[in-house]
Design a protein around this ligand. Structure first.
Ligand SMILES: Nc1ncnc2c1ncn2[C@@H]1O[C@H](COP(=O)(O)OP(=O)(O)OP(=O)(O)O)[C@@H](O)[C@H]1O
Length: 126
């Protein structure tokens, strides 16, 4: 009984910290706010263009991938700014590589969005 309580308590605390991390990224990272706006836009387009279940899954997965990449990128930047605040080419390279992961995820999301939305937009227009 008490171990169940401890388990629930631990999960609750963990979730609280995770939400705190998301709030931090939203407040401090402009890119994170851009991703959020894109997410709202994609959901709006998905509803308007009546995407099917599989298309929703693909859109949600790719948006999730972009947000996750941005969160890891932010975490890496914070670690480096704390542990290695001085200007160093190695620090720059690590940050560039982490930013590259966000770029790859964003391009992937863009391609998936074009493949899903473009035929529907064309059908709607012509
Ligand atoms: N300590 C450093 N040493 C060398 N280069 C750095 C250092 N800090 C930042 N840079 C360079 O500046 C770029 C931007 O770093 P910064 O920490 O300002 O990230 P940011 O502008 O928040 O990037 P992002 O848009 O990915 O969140 C890095 O990708 C890197 O090329």
């Amino acid at each position: 009984m008490s171990s169940d309580y401890q388990e629930i308590k631990n999960k609750h605390v963990g979730l609280g910290y995770a939400i705190k991390g998301l709030k931090y990224a939203l407040h401090h990272e402009i890119n994170m706010r851009v991703h959020l706006m894109m997410m709202i836009l994609v959901i709006g387009c998905g509803i308007f263009l009546n995407v099917n279940a599989i298309e929703w899954v693909l859109l949600i997965l790719t948006i999730g991938l972009v947000v996750m990449a941005e969160l890891f990128n932010t975490a890496i930047e914070l670690i480096l700014d704390y542990l290695a605040p001085e200007w160093h080419s190695a620090v720059g390279t690590i940050k560039d590589v982490a930013a590259g992961a966000v770029l790859v995820a964003s391009l992937l999301a863009m391609v998936v969005g074009i493949i899903i939305f473009m035929p529907k937009i064309i059908t709607l227009l012509f």
